[in-house]
Design a protein around this ligand. Structure first.
Ligand code: SF4
Ligand code: FES
Length: 251
C-alpha cells in the first residue's frame, strides 16, 4: 500500500493506482472530459490537473494530470488550489470557445463561473473537443474504424479519407461514449447511418423492434466468440425472458 494525502485527507492507494481513480474512490470530485472507465487514460482534456508536492521537494510543487499520474509514497495532492482552479478555468475557456454548444462543456464552464469565454468563440465550432474517447473505445473494444486526423485547427475525428469505413460495424460505441454528443447518427426503423455508411438493422426475434446492425453480432461472433443469435433479441425482451425464467424457478 502507498500512503499519501489528498486535500489534507490521509489515504492509501494500490500500486500503480492513478490519482484520479484514488480521489474518486475517496469521494473527491475532479472534473474530467476525456476519462472513460472502459479505456486507458489519455490525458487529452487537461481538466483533471491537480497540484502535487512532497516534504523533501523544499516547497516545489507541480501541476500534473490526475488521470495519468500514479500515486506515490508521501505525495501531497491538492485538487483545489488557486493554481489548479486557474488552470481548470483556462482549459474551460478554451474548450468553450472551441465548442460553444457542447452541453457538457457549458455545464462545467458555468460551474466554474464562465459563461462567455475570453477567447474568440468559434460560432461554427462543432461539439467535438478532441478528447479521443471515441477513437480509444473503437480501437480498444471494436474495430478501430475511426482515428484523429489532420493537424492544428483542422484536427478532427474521421474514418480514413472521410469515406464509409470497410471495418465499421455500426455499433454506436463511439457515439454513445462521446461526452459531448458530437457524433451524428440516424436510426430510422431497420436502417442505421453513421460515419457515412448505412447498415441494415436486425429486427428483434420476439417483438420485431430494431436491435443491432447485421454486422455487429457477426463481428462479435468471429472475434469474441459470442453467439450471434443472442443479439437478435432486444434488451426489453431479454429482460422479459429473464423475468419469465425467474418466475418459473420461484413458483
Ligand atoms: S467525437 Fe466525441 S468522443 Fe470523439 S474525440 Fe470528439 S468529443 Fe471526444
Ligand atoms: S481526464 Fe485527465 S486529462 Fe482529461
Amino acid at each position: 500500500m502507498i500512503r499519501l494525502t489528498i486535500d489534507g485527507k490521509r489515504v492509501e492507494a494500490r500500486n500503480g493506482e492513478f490519482l484520479l481513480a484514488l480521489a474518486r474512490r475517496e469521494g473527491i470530485e475532479i472534473p474530467t472530459l476525456c476519462h472513460h472507465e472502459a479505456v486507458e487514460p489519455a490525458g487529452a482534456c487537461r481538466l483533471c490537473m491537480v497540484e502535487v508536492t512532497k516534504a523533501q521537494w523544499n516547497g516545489f510543487s507541480k501541476l500534473v494530470t490526475a488521470c495519468l499520474y500514479p500515486a506515490e509514497e508521501g505525495l501531497v495532492v491538492r485538487t483545489d488550489t488557486e493554481r489548479v482552479m486557474k488552470t481548470r478555468r483556462e482549459v474551460l475557456e478554451l474548450l468553450l470557445a472551441r465548442s460553444p454548444r457542447a452541453e457538457a462543456v457549458r455545464r462545467l464552464a458555468r460551474q466554474h463561473g464562465i459563461t462567455v469565454p475570453k477567447y474568440n468563440v468559434d460560432e461554427e465550432g462543432d461539439n467535438c473537443i478532441l478528447c479521443d474517447i471515441c477513437t480509444r473505445v473503437c480501437s480498444t473494444l471494436v474495430t478501430g474504424a475511426i482515428a484523429r486526423v489532420n493537424r492544428g485547427v483542422a484536427k478532427k475525428v474521421a474514418t480514413p479519407f472521410d469515406e464509409a469505413s470497410d471495418v465499421c460495424v455500426g455499433c454506436l460505441s463511439c457515439a454513445r461514449s462521446c461526452p459531448t454528443e458530437a457524433i451524428a447518427f440516424l436510426d430510422d426503423g431497420l436502417k442505421r447511418t453513421i460515419w457515412g455508411k448505412t447498415f441494415d438493422v436486425v429486427a428483434c426475434s420476439v417483438c420485431g423492434a430494431p436491435t443491432v446492425t447485421k454486422e455487429h453480432p457477426l463481428w462479435m461472433a468471429q472475434r469474441k466468440g459470442v453467439v450471434e443469435e443472442d443479439f437478435h433479441v432486444c434488451d426489453a425482451c431479454k429482460v422479459g425472458k429473464t423475468g419469465q425464467a425467474c418466475r418459473k424457478v420461484m413458483w
